[in-house]
Ligand binder design. Sequence first.
Ligand SMILES: *[C@@H]1O[C@H](CO)[C@@H](O)[C@H](O)[C@H]1NC(C)=O
Ligand SMILES: *[C@@H]1O[C@H](CO)[C@@H](O)[C@H](O)[C@H]1NC(C)=O
Ligand SMILES: *[C@@H]1O[C@H](CO)[C@@H](O)[C@H](O)[C@H]1NC(C)=O
Ligand SMILES: CC(=O)N[C@H]1CO[C@H](CO)[C@@H](O)[C@@H]1O
Length: 451
Amino acid sequence: MSQTSYLCIRLSAFATVSLALFYFIVQPSSIPRPWKGPGGAVTGGSRKCSPRDWSAGSWKRKENPVVVVKPDDVYAASGFKGCASNREVPWHLANDHPDDLPWRGNISAYDWVPSGVCNDMLDEFQESLVVDLVERGGWLLIGGTHSVTQEHFFSISCTLYPHVLATPDYSKDWGFDRAWPQHLYLNPISPLVSRIKFPEGFNMTKTPLVSFRRNDLLFNTTEVETMFNGGVWKPGPGENSTLFGSEQSWNISPTEYLDDLFFRPLPDANYHTLIVSTAGHWSLKLLAGLPNGYTDIYDLYRIILGNFVYQAARQLDLHQSAKQREVVIRPYMPGDDYCHTHEVMYGGPLKEVPNIEHASYNWAWIPHLNGLAKTAVEERAHPHVNYADIYRPGKLRPDAHVLGDCLHITIGAGVIEGWTKYLHYYLGTYLPWYRASTKLPGYPISDRFRR
Ligand SMILES: *[C@@H]1O[C@H](CO)[C@@H](O)[C@H](O)[C@H]1NC(C)=O
Ligand SMILES: *[C@@H]1O[C@H](CO)[C@@H](O)[C@H](O)[C@H]1NC(C)=O
Ligand SMILES: *[C@@H]1O[C@H](CO)[C@@H](O)[C@H](O)[C@H]1NC(C)=O
Ligand SMILES: CC(=O)N[C@H]1CO[C@H](CO)[C@@H](O)[C@@H]1O
């Protein structure tokens, strides 16, 4: 058999097996109904700020931005009183290069102003969020470091300071593992403690308000390989024998972060919201065994996201008798080439999202991957698995990357802080309003969705 025809057979076998496996694992009950999920706008009547409304705004210069002349000025410039996490603080805040301090002041000099329908959002939402994280339940952040999920954790540790404490303590010897679980706990000396109605069994030193677990692909490597090859894939002559190349990655199974963590009862956990983002680590360096490059990445991503959404929906249904929880997929935000040129660093926010068709790494594929994640959510149509499209504000801020790369985002520039602010509103105001004012499809809970 010639190499070319062999590859063609391999490729179509991959597609067929993937599809078969997808249906085997996901077991859709019927052809998915079209469903206008809570991510989109609802027309008519008084309405609330959807992710789309939030994203349809612009960056406005603050009237009197704080001028940053020394590193500690970034806290006031960013609206922080400090940060609870002490992990790589100058890297996160981008405040350790004296020459760049004027830039650092500039990137915190803008506020995100969403569209008018969002005017019922609180600007001072921090205390309300702390109360919610205890009374309603905490946030479990799942994603890779490139999905900036770890940065989201750090950012929340600043936004909620001094009401929270963070672990681990990175000032001690910490043997540098990029996958250490991180947690925020209620600070027992916070004045909010006297206002909070604690759920029975809540333990301030034990029950986290926010946790980060690193997870680059949402499934562990065994599961990804199984979904990739359906147990029958065999490498051709001269081809890599495994899906994974030599690049390191950190992955855990949904068995670990859904069954054993997200739904774990008090006092160990009290999570209400699972916030997920993935796409950054989906590269041909990590998934070196894919025979057909990025089109196979699209295929694999579709399968993995479909399975994740299925697992999440199934677990939510299995735990129906407990409190209602939410799963939110946040779109992945790719980086910006040339972000450290003077022109970009001092150019301020953009008005339109730039075209990234010819970008570095896997950035050009990201809009397509985000679309696949959205489709996976819409096809499953589970009322508590959501796709919150809050991509746009960050894509207007190529000036706000950290100093060492063009992917990660400086904490305090307002991008990641904006996600926290909107998610607080989304969970507490938008979703309850949306569900009360919209006929939901009535997701069928039947035995066929059980193990
Ligand atoms: C709360 O958790 C801490 C740490 O695990 C433990 O030492 C303490 O006994 C717990 N308090 C209660 C009231 O259970
Ligand atoms: C992946 O998770 C499954 C459980 O779903 C487990 O049996 C398997 O050992 C895990 N593999 C790795 C590499 O951790
Ligand atoms: C096998 O994977 C490695 C990365 O681990 C890559 O450098 C190499 O090009 C791959 N070989 C083939 C034949 O795909
Ligand atoms: C683009 C931008 O925001 N530039 C400002 C940077 O900060 C100085 C003052 O510190 C302003 O004069 C610039 O307009």
